[in-house]
Each structure stands twice: as C-alpha cells, then as structure tokens.
Design a protein around this ligand. Structure first.
Ligand code: HEC
Ligand code: HEC
Length: 348
C-alpha cells in the first residue's frame, strides 16, 4: 500500500516536472518561423505620414535620411521583419527587439542588456525614437557610428549582442523562404546582401517618429497645457542650470528633444569616457523618457525624478522646480508609438 502511494506521488511529481518543462519551452519559441510570420496583404504606410507642422518643420532641417535610402512601405516592412527576427543572432535567441522593446519606447529598461549567450552589454540600451532627427546621423552613446546604415550591422556582429558574421547572416537569410518576396518587393530583386539588410533596418528605424503626444496636440492648438506643464516648459527651454549651464532645451531641442550639435555633457564615469574619450556622450530623444528607467549611458540613474533630485551637473534642479519640469516631460509621452501595429512584432 505504502509503496503504491509512493509510486503514485512520484508519478504525479514527474508529471508536474514535465509540465513545467514544457511550459518553459513554450515561452521561447524560435521566432522567424515562416508559419507564424503575419504581414498585411498591402504593406502598412510608412512613407507618407502626414506629420503636424512642428514635426514637418524639424524634418525639413534635421533629417539624416541619405538620398539613396528614403523610406518605402516595402523597405520598412522588410526592416520590421529583420528587426524582430531571432535568426539574426547566432543561436536564434535574440532579435533587435530583445533589447529595443516597442512597449518600452524601444529600449529595455535594464541597466545592461542580455546578449545571445547571456553576456551583458557594457552600456545601457538606447531608445530608437526619432533617430532620423539626429542631424549628424551619428549613432551610439559615443557616436562611433557615422550613419544609421553603418550602425544597424554592428549589433549583429557584436560578440555579446548577436554574435554573427556578415557572411553567416547573408547565408542564413538566403535559407529562409519568406525573405525572397520581401527583398523582391523592397528592392526589385531577390538578392540578399548586407547593404540591403542595412538599408531596410534603417528605413524601419527612421519610421519610428513620435508626433501624437499631448505635447504635439498642444503645439497644434488641439489641447492646452496645465499651469504646471506650461511653467515646466518655460523652465525647460529658458531657465539656466546651476552655475550658468545652458537650459535643458539647448541640448534636448524640441520637437524630437535631441540635438546633434550638443553632445557636450557627460555624467562622470571612470570606466567610460564616451565620444573620443572626452567625457562627452550622445543623448537620444527625450520623448517617452518619463516611462523609461535606467537612464544615461551607463544606466546608473534610476529614472527622471531621481535625476531631477540628483547633483548631476545640468540635470539636478532646485526642489521647487522638480515637479514642474517632470509635469512638462510627461506631456512628451506618445502612447501611439508604443502600440502602433506598424512597429510591432510580425512573428505572431
Ligand atoms: C543585446 C542587446 C542589443 C541588441 C540585440 C541590439 N541592440 Fe541596439 N543597442 C544596444 C545598446 C546597449 C546600445 C548602446 C551601445 C553603445 O552606445 O555602445 C544600442 C544602440 C543602438 C542604436 C543607436 C541609437 C542612437 O540613438 O544612437 C541603434 C540605432 C540600435 N541600437 C539599433 C539596433 C538594431 C537595428 C538591432 C538589431 C540588428 C539592435 N540594435 C540590436 C543593445 C542592443
Ligand atoms: C549641456 C547639454 C545638456 C543640458 C543643458 C541638459 N542635458 Fe540632459 N543630457 C545631455 C547628455 C549629453 C546626456 C547623456 C549623458 C550620458 O549618458 O552620460 C543627457 C541625458 C539626459 C537624460 C537621460 C536620457 C537617457 O536616454 O537616458 C535626461 C532625462 C535628461 N538629460 C534631461 C535633461 C533635463 C530635464 C535637463 C534640464 C534640467 C537637461 N537634461 C539638461 C545633455 C544635456
């Protein structure tokens, strides 16, 4: 009797164990399987967006799109598939979206990101909002990549991030049926090469633009700021920082809240001197920044309220100004970009 009970219990435990094991497997399907790629019959619109005037004006002066790679609907669609395809990593575990998550404004809210082999990146992931408004086109915290087209191939070859070679990448994509029609539509023939891969990923990246936040409705006269938000905007644009440092808006310039001429400030960091080892760093777009954690190049600043209350030069502000500036920054959050199907995972 006792022996039977033990057998039954053992059998039950075994079942529980096996079930757990299955559910673990279920949470990590190999993305990129043709059967689960779900694209609309007609490509979504990426190329012809009717941006409000304040966005269109900035685009006219700041856009880093090169003449040879303007956004097309089919080009950005291919870029979207590549962005979400785990086949871009050596062991099919990581896609660009693993570290640039749409729901987090295309960052991952971690201090350092996990690569294909569980290694950690040495800097914090950057948001990918409004990349095309960074006029110089330079990418990464230290601006080491001179264009977006050059940048997008770097994570694929990075030993921590995706661990591939470009040769390996091209032959792997050639072996996946669904890329033949996607490359043909995007570029007129089914040839797959790294230049096309870089162009498509860049088109997708440049299509991620925030223009539907409260801030944007106010600029179009469709909404108004509260008193605190309005006061916060004035402080942000005009109030000099302690010691006469420039106002926030000099370095984080509206409407994308970035400025490729002003990567002058650095959070002092003994391990990382950034641009040309001069303690300078790029700052990405401040859009959606109040929903982001692990700020600055080393992810060491928990969030915006922590930053405003800190002693970081140009970034810690007087106690009476903190809530006001925060209220203004909250109006920059665009909840459309984080849910828009055009930027979502097509492998579903
Ligand atoms: C393992 C995590 C990880 C993966 C995978 C990854 N990235 Fe990143 N990404 C980062 C980190 C970390 C940085 C900042 C690195 C630095 O500055 O040295 C970054 C920076 C960037 C930037 C620069 C943004 C700017 O404003 O300068 C772009 C663009 C970008 N990634 C696009 C991509 C694309 C496209 C892919 C897929 C081909 C990808 N990333 C895959 C973690 C990742
Ligand atoms: C002199 C230029 C300059 C001024 C003035 C400035 N910033 Fe920055 N800001 C930067 C740079 C450069 C970084 C990135 C530095 C780093 O990573 O070490 C940054 C980072 C940030 C970040 C984190 C961004 C991220 O993606 O992690 C926030 C938020 C921010 N600034 C807000 C503000 C606010 C609010 C003010 C005014 C109170 C301000 N900044 C003033 C240049 C400036």
């Amino acid at each position: 009797m006792a022996a039977k009970k033990i057998m039954v219990i053992t059998a039950l435990l075994l079942m529980v164990f096996l079930l757990q094991d299955c559910s673990k497997k279920d949470t990590t399907p190999v993305s990129g399987d043709n059967s689960v790629l779900n694209l609309p019959a007609t490509a979504y619109n990426y190329s012809n967006i009717n941006y409000p005037a304040h966005i269109a004006a900035a685009l006219a002066t700041d856009d880093n799109t090169p003449a040879g790679n303007t956004i097309t609907d089919d080009g950005a669609t291919l870029g979207r598939v590549l962005f979400y395809d785990k086949h871009l990593s050596v062991n099919n575990t990581i896609s660009c979206a693993s570290c640039h998550k749409q729901e987090n404004g295309f960052t991952d809210n971690r201090q350092f990101s996990l690569g294909f082999d569980s290694g950690l990146t040495s800097r914090t992931s950057m948001n990918l909002l409004n990349l095309r408004f960074y006029k110089s086109g330079k990418m990464f915290w230290d601006e080491r990549s001179t264009t977006l087209e050059a940048q997008v191939l770097q994570p694929i070859q990075n030993h921590v991030e995706m661990g591939m070679t470009l040769g390996n990448l091209v032959s792997k994509l050639k072996g996946l049926d669904y890329y033949t029609p996607l490359f043909t539509k995007a570029f007129g023939s089914s040839d797959i090469d790294t230049i096309r891969i870089a162009r498509a990923l860049s088109q997708f990246g440049r299509s991620i633009v925030t223009y539907q936040a409260k801030y944007d409705r106010v600029k179009q006269g469709l909404a108004s700021f509260t008193a605190a938000e309005a006061a916060g905007e004035q402080l942000f644009l005009n109030a000099p920082g302690p010691g006469g440092t420039p106002a926030c808006g000099n370095c984080h310039t509206p409407p994308a809240f970035l400025n490729s001429n002003a990567p002058g400030f650095a959070l002092m960091d003994a391990n990382d001197q950034g641009i040309e080892n001069m303690n300078r760093f790029k700052a990405g777009s401040l859009r959606n920044i109040t929903t982001t954690t692990n700020l600055f190049h080393n992810g060491s600043v928990a969030d915006v309220p922590t930053m405003l209350g800190s002693r970081i030069p140009s970034h810690g502000v007087a106690p009476q100004d903190r809530a006001t500036i925060l209220a203004f920054l909250q109006t920059l959050t665009d909840n459309t970009v984080t849910s828009d199907v055009r930027f979502s995972n097509p492998f579903k």
